[in-house]
Design a protein around this ligand. Structure first.
Ligand code: BG6
Length: 486
């Protein structure tokens, strides 16, 4: 579906995230021919820049991030960029923005993109609603990045506020995990191959593990992370979205609303955990100094703009249950952490053991077979099974049957931001998060946040390890163990 002529307004458009991620992504989409002839992009922000200075900044970022670009493409892209200096809380800037938009060539759609810290969302939406900026359905859309709210009540307040200015079909709440190719492949894999679906339930699956792990620390985002922590930053959104896709029922079709209807059923079936139960089924941790790939790295408390006595978690693991017919009794172990030994986001579906153990596995202890869906860094799907070891009479050997995205398609997957921005421009909301979805996931997450925020100490794990010992106890006391990312 071609993208119709557009004007895109990026609040916070000269910020670090926009310059490093958003503009290179937009440029990529443009240079791959996915943009229409007519488009204009205006950034609104607090930096005192004129169009020329802003274009030079963006030129610099694109030159760094896209070294293979064609010079005439870049010039042509930059010529459609504008910058408007203004404060988020001052009405006059929004009226100037409305005048600027009117001067743009005719566009069939207008998109607002909030690339600002979550704390500024309410101010900006209020100001848009109060100004002369257009908001009408059918033509205007708004893209809002995660985190959507800080807790359930914040998410509800924000939902009510956005709904006062925009209809649900105009709102695109972004969780970039949903734009990753392998995440979308979960549904294709499940529903296009008859072989797995009959065992994709409590009869065939012993347990599920989902890991969102990173080797990086919090970098220059200390201020943001101190207010957020791993539970809000990753668990409430990326982890619960992955869980919903793995566990949902087949939708009647792949229309946005049908898929979102199925995901919300999963989130609503999560067995609620009360504040009193949190410590029994979850674990937090914070990285201390250590080393990764032979390089020494500081602990979280030594990072820039982090309190030296901070108890903010950089690791979180939880065991949760989905009380549905399909999943009754199957534990889902979810974990996320910064400063793991490697970057790796994986979903493991561990199959039930056969009813009898006929083979010797003492020389080469065999893990139960499992399906490994590797979301990143290398998109893959592995079926981990046991085969007979050559010659040995009765010995098993673990092997992987592998699909590799790169080997099969000879290319890397399209970056998720590009996919999502283009989808929003085409009006396809399938890969965006709906209002009820956000509220259901916050409602499940809130007790975890409340309990762990009320503690005044936190277990540490050295950078370059898989989290604190408590995380291993969480799963090992049930006779299972974490299967580490590849
Ligand atoms: C973001 C989090 O949503 O996801 C970051 O705010 C995290 O803390 C990032 O680093 C991870 O994204 P990806 O795509 O690199 O796994």
């Amino acid at each position: 579906v071609p993208v119709s002529p557009f004007s895109l307004i990026i609040f916070g458009g000269a910020g670090d995230l926009s310059r490093r991620k958003l503009f290179p992504t937009l440029f990529n989409a443009f240079s791959s021919g996915e943009f229409p002839q007519t488009f204009s992009i205006a950034a609104y922000g607090r930096q005192e820049l004129d169009d020329g200075q802003f274009r030079s900044l963006v030129r610099q970022s694109i030159e760094e991030e896209c070294p293979d670009h064609r010079a005439d493409d870049l010039d042509s892209f930059l010529s459609r960029l504008y910058f408007l200096y203004g404060h988020f809380e001052k009405a006059e800037g929004y009226d100037r923005l409305a005048t600027l938009i009117e001067s743009f060539p005719d566009a069939e759609q207008l998109l607002y993109y909030l690339a600002v810290p979550e704390a500024s969302y309410e101010t900006i939406i209020n100001q848009i609603a109060a100004s002369s900026l257009p908001t009408e359905a059918g033509r205007v859309k708004i893209i809002i990045e995660k985190p959507f709210g800080k807790d359930l009540s914040g998410a509800r307040r924000l939902n009510i506020l956005v709904a006062s200015a925009f209809r649900e079909e105009q709102i695109f709440r972004m969780d970039h995990y949903l734009g990753k190719e392998t995440v979308q492949n979960i549904s294709f894999f499940r529903f296009a191959n008859g072989i797995f679906e009959p065992i994709w339930n409590r009869n065939g699956i012993d347990s599920v593990q989902i890991t969102v792990g990173e080797d990086i620390g919090i970098g220059h985002r200390g201020g943001f992370y101190e207010r957020t922590g791993a539970i809000r930053d990753i668990f409430q959104n990326h982890l619960l979205q992955l869980l919903a896709l793995v566990a949902m029922e087949p939708p009647t079709d792949f229309h946005a609303e049908r898929v979102r209807d199925e995901k919300i059923k999963v989130l609503r079936s999560l067995r609620p955990v009360s504040v009193d139960e949190v410590a029994d089924c979850s674990v937090v941790g914070q990285y201390a100094a250590g080393s990764i790939a032979g390089k020494k790295v500081p602990g979280y408390r030594e990072e820039d703009r982090v309190d030296s006595a901070s108890v903010v978690p950089t690791f979180f693991a939880a065991k949760v249950y989905i009380d549905s017919w399909r999943w009754a009794g199957v534990p889902f172990y979810l974990r996320t952490g910064k400063r793991f030994p490697v970057k790796g986001t994986e979903i493991i579906l561990q199959f039930k053991q056969p009813p009898l153990k006929l083979f010797r596995d003492d020389c080469n202890p065999l893990e139960p077979s499992f399906l490994r869906i590797v979301i990143q860094p290398e998109e893959m799907i592995d079926l981990h099974i046991g085969v007979k070891y050559p010659e040995a009479a009765n010995m098993l050997y673990p092997v992987d049957l592998r699909f590799s995205y790169r080997e099969t398609f000879g290319t890397r997957a399209i970056p998720p931001y590009r996919r999502l921005i283009l989808d929003a421009m085409r009006g396809d909301a399938s890969l965006f998060v709906r209002q009820d979805d956000v509220e259901a996931s916050w409602s499940f997450t809130d007790p975890f946040v409340s309990y762990w925020e009320s503690r005044d100490s936190i277990p540490f794990y050295p950078a370059g390890t898989w989290g604190p010992g408590e995380a291993h106890d969480l799963i090992e006391r049930e006779g299972r163990h974490w299967i580490e990312p590849l």
